[in-house]
Design a protein around this ligand. Structure first.
Ligand SMILES: [Zn+2]
Length: 431
């Protein structure tokens, strides 16, 4: 990636290792002028498209906020120069961090064990997402387990309020290299066969997406599958448009560290730089295959959660359910310790929040001692937090029935749908 280093800049918001300014900063009147020596949009897409090519220091389980730091810097520059600035919170209900518990079910015993996880989660008031491999072909990977016996735990997961999502049909290590297919792949003619690590026969990207979703929906009455995660996080370049074409909305297919961010983002066509897809990505933060075993990583995970909580980050936890034991205990302690500060929900619930938030517009204007904030939410959104300028509180709201709660510098709107407006006053001057 090309960059400019500015020489002779007296003030700099950031410098490269050679001392030249990466971002210049100059006071102009009451504000500042900044010049960036990095193409921010291109850098963001480098992470979002998982084309970081060695930028990330780690694959998963670590703190990798390269993009977040720049986005937060931009926001702070805006807030610094605009006394009426109102920005949108990134966590539902104004909590500190979004914590999504997700499970991959890709092995014979995993479905029965999944029920134990779900029973604990339901008892704790947490809804989790279960990515289910619809495995009806016996191959190198494993025996068939999406069968009559497998449907019993599957419907139990639904009864307990869990999200059911797709984890493909074949769970192939070469999913990232599969042909796109023609979109006519159907059960039972579609018969992908994993021969070994390197070879999978008769499989296509569209087949993996279409057939798994069809089978899950077929056996779960009145249920729509909207989330997908590939086996081994192997993501083909065609995945965003293939997900969109087959009716999915949400993806959890990359690791947060490879994506250089602990915030959600939108995927592009072909993971290239020219067009957005409708699919949102919620990358995996914590996985359970690294060493030491998950049960010994609670302290490290909580430390990471604290760092993400400082800026409303997202923590997606991936736990395979092939065993319970130390993994279930890890989950239990994570949930118990963050019960008050974190928002918990499924990928689908968070995805719907995020997609609606992405369409919200906010316009704020100083009027004497007051600030008028105009909001438009084309899609209904619950629990959206607004960060207010220091010292301001909501004095009145339209429509009158708009419910909201306030803390020091934040207001959380109950449900926002269509237009609303808030009048902010300096604390003490409002009621
Ligand atoms: Zn898997």
């Amino acid at each position: 990636m090309g960059s400019f280093g500015y020489v002779g800049a007296k003030e700099a918001a950031a410098r490269f290792d050679d001392g030249t300014a990466a971002i210049t900063s100059r006071r102009v009147g009451a504000g500042h002028a900044y010049a960036f020596g990095v193409d921010l949009g291109f850098f963001l897409l480098t992470g979002y498209n998982n084309r970081e090519q060695g930028v990330a220091r780690s694959y998963a389980n670590e703190y990798e906020p390269a993009l977040d730091v720049l986005l937060r810097l931009l926001r702070d520059m805006y807030r610094e120069g605009e006394p009426a600035a109102v920005t949108l919170g990134s966590v539902p209900q104004g909590k500190e961090i979004s914590l999504l518990m997700t499970h991959d079910v890709d092995y014979g015993k995993s479905l029965a064990n999944a029920v134990q996880y779900a029973e604990y989660e339901a008892s704790a008031g947490v809804r989790a997402s279960y990515f289910i491999q619809t495995k009806y072909v016996r191959d190198w990977n494993d025996d068939v387990f999406f069968n009559e016996a497998g449907l019993v735990p599957l419907s139990r997961l639904r009864q307990l309020g869990m999200e059911i999502a797709s984890h493909s049909v074949a769970h192939s290590l070469v999913f990232n290299r599969m042909p796109l297919g023609n979109g006519e792949e159907r059960y039972p003619e579609y018969l992908p066969f994993v021969r070994d690590k390197e070879r999978t026969d008769n499989a296509t990207v569209l087949g993996e997406l279409r057939v798994s979703r069809f089978l899950l929906e077929h056996f779960l009455a009145d249920y729509r599958v909207v989330s997908f995660r590939p086996g081994h996080l192997r993501e083909p370049y065609t995945l965003p448009q293939a997900l969109e074409a087959t009716g999915y909305r949400f993806s959890s297919s990359a690791s947060a560290n490879n994506s250089l961010t602990h915030l959600p983002f939108r995927l592009t066509y072909g993971r290239e730089t020219t067009a957005q897809s409708a699919i949102y990505e919620f990358p995996v933060t914590i996985e359970d295959e690294a060493q030491p075993p998950l049960g010994e990583r609670l302290t490290q995970t909580l430390q990471l959660a604290d760092r993400l909580a400082r800026y409303g980050g997202l923590m997606v936890v991936l736990i395979h359910t092939e065993v319970t034991g130390h993994k279930l205990e890890f989950e239990r302690q994570l949930i118990e310790s963050r019960r008050q500060r974190a928002w918990f929900g499924t990928l689908r619930e968070f995805g719907e929040f995020w997609a609606a938030r992405d369409r919200v517009t906010v316009d704020s204007e100083q009027r004497g001692a007051q600030i008028r904030v105009a909001l438009v939410a084309p899609e209904r959104i619950a629990g959206l937090a607004l960060n207010l300028p220091a010292g301001y509180r909501v004095a009145s709201a339209e429509p009158r029935e708009l419910a909201y709660t306030q803390t020091a510098d934040q207001v959380v709107i109950g449900t926002l749908s269509g237009k609303a407006s808030l009048i902010l006053g300096v604390s003490g001057s409002g009621r």
